[in-house]
Design a protein around this ligand. Structure first.
Ligand code: ZN
Length: 246
């Protein structure tokens, strides 16, 4: 089975559209590691598409916040204003969908998907130390997560933690052959608001028969996404950062 694995779309329709064009014909199922909305100006379009096409979705902290399940006190002022705007813009059906999304980890055959960490969807898995701490809580050898908006991931071995390579510079794809031992924590990157210094939308394709993970980056119409953010009256910072991918 080939899976299209997406995370942190954040209401960016242009980013999602470019990913779908780039991935066309390369997958059978769609999985999403959370944060469908928040920051971007197209929450309904994104949620409509995910509702129709995704086979498994776990909720992210922004989905929770926008659906009224979390206190927005924890959000910084820019994120809070975007969450309030998103809540008011979502259709009642889409709000109900977000409210009912399962909390991760969610198991899919031989692997699982989650948003932040297996313990808390608000935790950021960034350091090798964080990986060794959560490793005992993983229910599968392979986990896909999001939340950090950093494409790549970790292989947790007897000998320590190894970082996986992502495509950089002019490269747009990087294939990882999964080994049989060790624990993998893999982040597809963010479709809608990358923060790893590469403004291109990030995603991955996982081929479970061949045991291959392919990180991918694709350019998208950043100008159009920025124009919608500005027209919606959302913070200028949210528009600007798309250009730099940080
Ligand atoms: Zn996010």
């Amino acid at each position: 089975m080939r899976y299209l694995i997406l995370s942190d779309i954040h209401g960016n329709w242009e980013g999602l559209e470019a990913v779908l064009r780039d991935a066309e014909g390369d997958y059978e199922q769609v999985l999403c590691c959370g944060d469908l909305v928040g920051y971007g100006a197209d929450p309904n379009r994104v949620v409509d598409w995910v509702r129709e096409r995704a086979n498994l979705v776990v909720r992210g902290n922004h989905d929770k916040g926008c659906a009224g399940l979390d206190d927005l006190e924890w959000f910084n002022p820019v994120a809070r204003a975007a969450a309030n705007w998103t809540s008011q813009s979502l259709t009642p059906d889409n709000l109900a969908y977000l409210r009912n999304l399962p909390k991760g980890p969610a198991v899919m055959d031989s692997f699982q998907i989650l948003h932040g960490s297996p313990l808390d969807e608000d935790d950021y898995l960034v350091s090798n130390f964080a990986i060794t701490q959560v490793a005992p809580y993983l229910e599968r050898q392979l986990s896909f997560f999001g939340h950090t908006h950093l494409q790549g991931g970790f292989l947790c071995h007897r000998n320590g933690v190894i970082r996986l390579r992502r495509p950089e510079g002019a490269e747009s794809r990087e294939v990882i052959e999964l080994e049989n031992d060790g624990l993998y924590l893999i982040n597809p990157g963010s479709v809608g608001q990358p923060r790893d210094g590469d403004p291109r939308a990030g995603y991955l394709i996982y081929d479970s028969d061949a045991r291959l993970v392919e990180f991918r980056r694709v350019p998208y119409d950043i100008r159009a996404a920025q124009a919608k953010i500005r027209a919606a009256g959302l913070s200028e910072l949210l528009a600007d950062r798309l250009e730099f991918g940080n």
